[in-house]
Every structure is written in structure tokens, then in C-alpha cells.
Design a protein around this ligand. Sequence first.
Ligand code: SAH
Ligand code: SF4
Length: 402
Amino acid sequence: MSESLPHASAPITQDVVTIPRKDAVGDGRVNLVGLTRDGMREALAAAGTPENQLKMRVNQVWQWVYHWGVRDFDVMTNLSKDFRRLLAETFVIELPEVVTREISADGTRKYLVRIAGGHEVETVYIPESDRGTLCISSQVGCTLTCSFCHTGTQKLVRNLTAGEIVGQIMLARDDLGEWPEPGKGTGDAGPRLLSNVVLMGMGEPLYNFEAVRDAMRIAMDGEGIALSRRRITLSTSGVVPEIARAATEIGCLLAVSFHATTDAVRDKLVPINKRWNIETLLDTLRDYPRLSNSERITFEYVMLKGVNDSDADARRLVQLISGIPAKINLIPFNEWPGAPYERSDWDRIQAFADIVHKAGYASPIRTPRGEDIMAACGQLKSATERARKSRAQIAAEAGLGG
Ligand code: SAH
Ligand code: SF4
């Protein structure tokens, strides 16, 4: 089902489309969304906030923006009218625009999100019984060219800003109606609809490190969105020099797109392997700060028929990672138009999972979600991006001939 937001049934989505973005763009005002606390402090100081009020004003504005989710300075009733006018003249509170929202039969929601410059990324919300996970994008396209990934067929257009990254969390909360209402309690009761964030959408987050870090710091701030660092997982294809920073500068959990057990196969599936091979990657993961049984690394492993799914692969996998506190997430391959692979058969995936499990590792098989709306892992790609590679080109790069 596809619906464009002006006709969406949930009233909260109306907020998204009524924000006067066009007026704000290019008029010199600064977007508060995406500023870290330090950034907001600097911005409010530059706007003329007296030094002795700065700390309090940052706290107040921060809470309005990130705790209450308001977009209108007039609502900030604990600020004087004059200060609110000053804010409105200098700043905007602006999210990327939701162009369409599709809802899968299984409840998964996919948002097509337009960012400045008219580029588009996708954000996916996956409800589960005990949690709700938002899969967010960090780049428009990707510089890397993993041969099984739809995003990898799209050239990198640009990095997202911190505001565009945290903005995806905020627009999903808009759509889910999950901001507390001023004057009506804090909204802290009960499980959260949006309880977890995975940086597993479009792009390689470690190639946009600073913006991802700032956005996650904003999302983790206890006086705002307040997501625990353990509920944020960053997935990387293996950008070795940046991996430790995810722990030291963000503190989130780590997932690694492993996908193969020999360099020959991984070179084809995840070409960054030619730069940092399996051994180098595993050495880096063994040294990952914070690594412990309670904060295990997730090894993502896409199941591709006849490519990486044999019993021998499963046995090599557990040997390779021995000693690393880990969980192996088996991802049945999600097909996309022109993909040069097929999903492994179900009994093959089960047999692979059993070997991994018997070796002492949790080996959940990720249930594909939102496939009917192309929202599943690796299916994301900007609809506006027409420069799709040909089937032959994809097959050639995957080393499959053609
Ligand atoms: N660039 C990062 C994060 C985005 S991809 C990374 O590569 O880790 C998120 C996960 O989806 C990765 O593990 C990726 O390998 C996997 N993926 C990509 N394409 C897929 C597909 N077609 N089917 C299943 N999983 C896929
Ligand atoms: Fe980029 Fe990740 Fe897709 Fe590889 S799997 S092309 S790193 S988004």
C-alpha cells in the first residue's frame, strides 16, 4: 500500500507536511535540528543570548526540540515572547520531508525522505512484539559496491548531515505519534514504539562518521530522544580504521557485514575486502573497545545460494571468529530487480544456522520484513536515482561472467 502523506490517516503526519520548509530554505536561518549541545550553545550565543542565560536557554530549547518534538517557537511557553521572536528570526526547526509512506502487510513502514537538494533516502520502521526498530540511512547511495546490495548499484550522491540523520528518527516519531504532549505527562510510560535504531539503511556510516556520531549523540541525550547507546547498532562493511571510533566516540553496538569466509569470495561480495581483508578486519574486531559478552559484535551473513552457504563455510566462519564475543545474524538474501544472486534454500539456511549454533554462537535467521514494499535489507535505493547499472554490469562485477 502506498499513500502520500497529505492523505495519510494518522493525523500526526499532517505536521510533517505543513512545516514551511520552502520559506526556511535559503533565507539564512539556521536549522536547530542536528546541532549538538555545543553547537546549539554556540548558535544561541551568536544570536545574542546573554552569556549568563546560555546554559538554561540551551536546556530549554533542547527539550522543546528533542523531548517534546515541537517545531514552532511560539509553543515554547517558558521562553519570553521577545526571545521566541529572536529564535524564530534566526532559526528553523526543520526535518527532511516525507514524500511517501508505504505500509507493508506485516506492519513495516517505509518512508521515502527528501533531503536538501532534492535527493532521496529511505527509512524503514520495523515493529516487533517487544521493540520497534528504525533502520536509518547515512548516505544517499554508497561509494562501495557490494555485489548483492541494491544500494550498492547507486553511486554516492552525498553524505547526510547530522540533522538529516537524527531527522529520520524524529519524522518516524511524528508518524508514530510518539512525542509526549506538553502539559499532559512526559510520554515515558509503556514500551516505546521506536525503541531501537540500526544504521543499516543506505550508505556506509563509517564513511560519514562525524555526522553519524553527532546525530547519535543527539538521539542518546537523556533530556531528548533518550535512546540508550545499547539500543543503537551501527553496521559497517568493514572500514577498519574507523571501527574503534564507533565504540569510543558513540558507544553504540557494532554489526559487521561479514558475508564470506574466504578472501576470494569476500573480495567479490564486499569489495572493501580488497583493501582490508578478513584477517585485518578480525584483528580489528578482536581489539574492539567495550567488547564483552553483553556487548557482542553482530556478524551479518547474507545467505546466497551456492556462493557462501555451504557447511564448510559455516565451519570456517566459526573458526575464524573464535574468541570474539559474537552473534551471527543470518540474512536470507532479499532480491531486487537485476540482482545476480538467489536466496539460499530454507533447509540450507537452517543447516548453516545449526552448525553455527552448535559451535556456541546465537545464530538467528533474520525474518525478511517489508519485502512487498522493497523495504527489506539491501533493497533500498532512491527511486529518483535512475543511473542503475545494467544486469550485465552487475553480474560482471560480481565475478559471475556476463
Ligand atoms: N553499509 C553498511 C550498512 C547498510 S547495509 C553495511 O554494509 O554494513 C545493512 C545490511 O544489509 C548489511 O549487512 C548488508 O550487507 C545487508 N544487505 C545488503 N544487501 C542485501 C540484500 N540484498 N539482502 C540481504 N541483506 C543485504
Ligand atoms: Fe554500501 Fe553497505 Fe550496500 Fe555495501 S552493503 S554497497 S557498504 S550499503
